[in-house]
Design a protein around this ligand. Structure first.
Ligand SMILES: Nc1ncnc2c1ncn2[C@@H]1O[C@H](COP(=O)(O)OP(=O)(O)OP(=O)(O)O)[C@@H](O)[C@H]1O
Length: 444
């Protein structure tokens, strides 16, 4: 069965997509084939503020087993990521310490806890010692792959997947030292089926806590699993975001935690030149777009439309004009979307046409030109300022130059533009796209 079978279901409903945090998370995992660097500092809160704070700059300092160090280097890791610098010494400390860690997707959390679990295992003991739970079947498989890859030179350590479809008889004694799975199946294996003895678990990892709590029932199941574990078991919890609800949940699962947070960099509009173009309808918007393309050299652009239909129409029109266009569309599977984003990031396509729903949560930071073919609006039809900022804003690191062009085709969209100007207290200038000289100027 394809590991992505669940997500091979086409997305048909708008709100399902918006809600589907797990899909977004999986998409991010598939896209992040290398570390996401952040310049923000890590914030560390120690349970015992008097104990020295260790951080490492090399993997050697961690005194890992040779088999694991080889695994780490074989994955192409030269040095610990920002979050790993602090999290790894804490996770590998003796006596074990509990940890709650939050940082955005792609910063090295999975690799960190995979290494911690592999380090703690005693391969001579043929029973489950480390337990990791993830919100979905696909996310569990994805994390399992990292553990397998990192443990490549340590074949004595075995991994089992506690996921639907993996049926074991009641009373079977599992010999695999590491188990990764979804809360329901893990709970069954620990309690009803007695396949795992929870009292023998020494490391418990709860991954993607923010996604976990979005799923009905997972919160209770996770807590029930945690209650079965011995007090001295090391508890580790990871999350990409940290709303109040995640925090409350984390505190219930991880007693006496150390806390590591890596803030996401704030986006700003400071280095972006913003313009608007007045049009009568979507055909005129298309002409304006072509005029812009005719006048300035655009390395890569992202174009946002309100509906899937407009996005489809626009990408077809642009293709007719000879542009190499990628379309990110709502009916695509997560796998297809990841492939398209990956190709665009590699520069294989120069224009990406998308709806907001499709591209939510995805950063394609190298894009210097953003066209709002339709302005972002919320469900009540008001300006969606947050989405506007996310589409065109830049973090400090990518703060070079940016250009954003907003297409206005009605009183309503002019109104939205005014709301955006007011919200950010930034004037958006009018651009006459019939005047080639004027367009050329904006690219200087
Ligand atoms: N120390 C490192 N050096 C180089 N690459 C790394 C390092 N740690 C992790 N990576 C790579 O960076 C990418 C992101 O890492 P990882 O999946 O661990 O991040 P994450 O924070 O768990 O993100 P997500 O929540 O999306 O899974 C992966 O491709 C991983 O192989």
């Amino acid at each position: 069965m394809s590991p992505f079978s669940y997500y091979n279901r086409p997305f048909t409903c708008h709100s399902c997509l918006v809600e589907d945090k797990a899909a977004q998370s999986l998409l991010n995992k598939m896209i992040h084939t290398s570390l996401v660097n952040t310049t923000n500092q890590v914030e560390v809160l120690q349970r015992d503020p008097k104990s020295p704070l260790y951080s490492v700059k090399t993997f050697e300092e961690l005194r890992l087993k040779d088999e694991l160090l080889r695994g780490v280097y074989d994955m192409g890791f030269n040095r610990p990521s920002k979050i790993q610098e602090n999290a790894l010494p804490m996770m590998l400390a003796e006596p074990p310490q509990n940890l709650i860690a939050q940082s955005q997707s792609g910063t090295g959390k999975t690799a960190a806890f995979a290494l911690a679990m592999l380090s703690h295992v005693d391969p001579a003991n043929k029973w489950t010692q480390c337990l990791c739970i993830a919100p979905t079947y696909e996310l569990a498989l994805q994390t399992g792959k990292v553990i397998e890859q990192m443990g490549k030179f340590y074949p004595e350590v075995k991994l089992a997947y506690a996921i639907r479809g993996n049926k074991l008889d009641r009373g079977t004694k599992l010999q695999e030292q590491i188990v990764i799975g979804t809360p329901g199946t893990v709970l069954d294996w620990c309690s009803k089926l007695k396949i795992i003895d929870p009292k023998k678990i020494s490391v418990f990892v709860l991954d993607e806590a923010d996604v976990m709590i979005a799923t009905q029932g997972h919160q209770d199941q996770s807590i029930r699993i945690q209650r079965m574990l011995p007090n001295e078991c090391q508890m580790l919890l990871f999350s990409a975001t940290f709303e109040d609800s995640v925090w409350k949940f984390a505190e219930r699962v991880v007693p006496d935690p150390n806390i590591i947070k890596l803030k996401r960099e704030e986006e700003t509009l400071d280095t972006i030149k913003q313009y608007y173009v007045l049009c009568n309808d979507k055909d005129e918007k298309f002409t304006a777009l072509c005029n812009i393309y005719g006048a300035i050299t655009i390395a890569q652009a992202m174009i946002f439309c309100h509906t899937r239909r407009t996005a489809g129409w626009l990408s077809a029109e642009l293709t007719k004009e000879g542009h190499v266009v990628a379309l990110l569309s709502g009916e695509m599977t997560v796998e297809q979307r990841a492939t398209i984003i990956e190709r665009f990031r590699e520069g294989k396509e120069k224009v990406l046409v998308t709806t907001n729903v499709c591209s939510r949560g995805i950063d394609v930071e190298q894009v210097s030109v953003v066209i709002n073919f339709d302005l972002p609006i919320d469900k009540d039809g008001n300006a969606d300022n947050e989405t506007y900022l996310h589409r065109i804003g830049r973090t400090g690191r990518f703060g070079k130059r940016g250009l954003a062009v907003n297409m206005i085709d009605s009183k309503h969209s002019m109104n939205i533009l005014n709301q955006i100007e007011e919200h950010f207290n930034k004037k958006i200038n009018k651009l006459d796209t019939d005047d080639l000289d004027e367009i050329e100027k904006i690219s200087n």
